[in-house]
Design a protein around this ligand. Structure first.
Ligand SMILES: *Cc1c(COP(=O)(O)O)cnc(C)c1O
Length: 379
């Protein structure tokens, strides 16, 4: 089955008791048993819930993964993956990571004895150099947030396989419509479902997918033991959101391209970071591993300071200044003071994340209105 058909049908069947076409919201914490241990596959809703199961099957299908598990947030999903490892294990990761991922690595799991190394993953030699006999996982994020760097998933998988390490890809920015890491050899794909997958800025959720039974068993054990599960209402909202994922993504991509090209020609804009430009350093890799280039982009002003960026952000009318991304509405953010405030300034500047950098999540409104809005705000 192709993507659009899977988005609408995978994991979902008319409800056996009523024939309801849409998966009901099974708002229950527990399930009746005929005699102890004899039941219809559901015992207690931390372990399984039919609404969540339908969503997990649907998302696994969209990622071409054999198994999938949903969590109460993207960070809950990341937390579950990290709990697979033991003190002394090393994790090699990209140096312009999502701020919250950097925070859980360094502020929580370093205290539990995991070791993290951060490298520029465009530089495959640097990745090889960071790998040691203790390396158990390579953590990839692509496109990266907010610099829109592209990491070559297949090349990284080769390096980690040679070192007997697993590869996980945070696929939040691309969504399963634009990129499928499992097909490229990754062992695990994770998402902040909160973003494009849910798509309407009304749910916080995470996902972990894999085609390895062994990994899924571990993730399932952690999901049930640690308990960071999403509720049935949120699972329903995400199932509903996914039905238009492919349609929304095409519009995000169309609008993203128009906005990127407009900004590139703007006299007050110094640089636009968007993987669709031919002069983007890893444009060829983006073309190879992504279906299209997405609706996320960042730009810096010629007047490269925080005040200039704040002025633009305060003037925006259609774009809303807010954290998060991937919803139908356009959002703008200032990573240096918002999403990436917990990353030390020197490290941030090294990655190119300067004080005037503005990140846009281009929504699915009419592109003319988005461009007009940017025109008046930048001046
Ligand atoms: C938002 C985000 C996360 C964290 O997900 P939450 O749902 O907010 O917990 C992780 N990775 C990326 C790339 C994100 O954008």
């Amino acid at each position: 089955m192709k993507f659009g058909t899977k988005a609408i049908h995978a994991g979902q069947h008319p409800d056996p008791s009523t024939g309801a076409i849409m998966t009901p919201i099974y708002q229950t914490s527990t399930f009746a048993q005929e005699s102890p241990g004899k039941h219809k596959g559901y015992e207690y809703a931390r372990t399984q819930n039919p609404t969540r199961s339908a969503l997990e099957a649907n998302l696994a299908a969209l990622e071409n993964a054999a198994y999938g598990r949903c969590f109460s947030s993207g960070m809950g999903a990341t937390d579950a993956i990290l709990k697979m490892f033991n003190p002394g294990d090393e994790i090699v990761s990209t140096n312009d990571l999502y701020g919250g991922t950097y925070r859980i690595f360094t502020k929580i799991y370093e205290r539990y004895g995991l070791k993290f190394k951060f490298v520029d993953m465009k530089d495959l030699e640097a990745v090889k150099g960071a790998i040691s006999p203790q390396t158990k996982l390579v953590w990839v994020e692509t496109p990266t947030n907010p610099m829109m760097n592209i990491v070559d998933i297949e090349a990284i998988v080769q390096i980690s396989k040679a070192a007997n390490a697993l590869t996980v890809v945070d696929n939040t920015f691309a969504s399963p419509y634009l990129q499928n890491p499992i097909d490229l050899g990754a062992d695990i794909v994770m998402h902040s479902v909160t973003k494009y997958i849910a798509g309407h800025s009304d749910v916080v959720m995470g996902f972990v997918g894999t085609s390895s039974k062994e990994i899924d068993d571990q993730i399932g054990f952690i999901q049930n033991s640690s308990g960071a599960i999403p509720g049935p209402q949120d699972s329903f909202l995400v199932l509903r959101g996914i039905k238009t994922l492919h349609v929304r993504m095409d519009r995000h991509c169309d609008n993203g391209e128009k906005v990127a090209r407009f900004l590139k020609d703007h006299p007050k804009v110094e640089k636009v970071y968007w993987p669709g430009f031919e002069d983007h350093p890893n444009h060829e890799v983006a073309k190879k591993q992504m279906k299209r280039f997405g609706g996320m982009l960042s730009f810096i002003l010629k007047d490269d300071n925080q005040e200039a960026a704040f002025k633009v952000l305060e003037q925006l009318r259609v774009f809303t200044l807010a954290e998060s991304l991937g919803g139908v509405e356009s959002l703008a953010g200032h990573p240096a003071s918002m999403t990436h405030a917990s990353i030390p300034k020197e490290q941030r500047l090294e990655a190119g994340l300067t004080d005037s950098l503005i990140r846009l999540s281009v929504g699915i409104e009419d592109s003319d209105d988005l461009i007009e809005d940017l025109k008046q705000a930048i001046g």
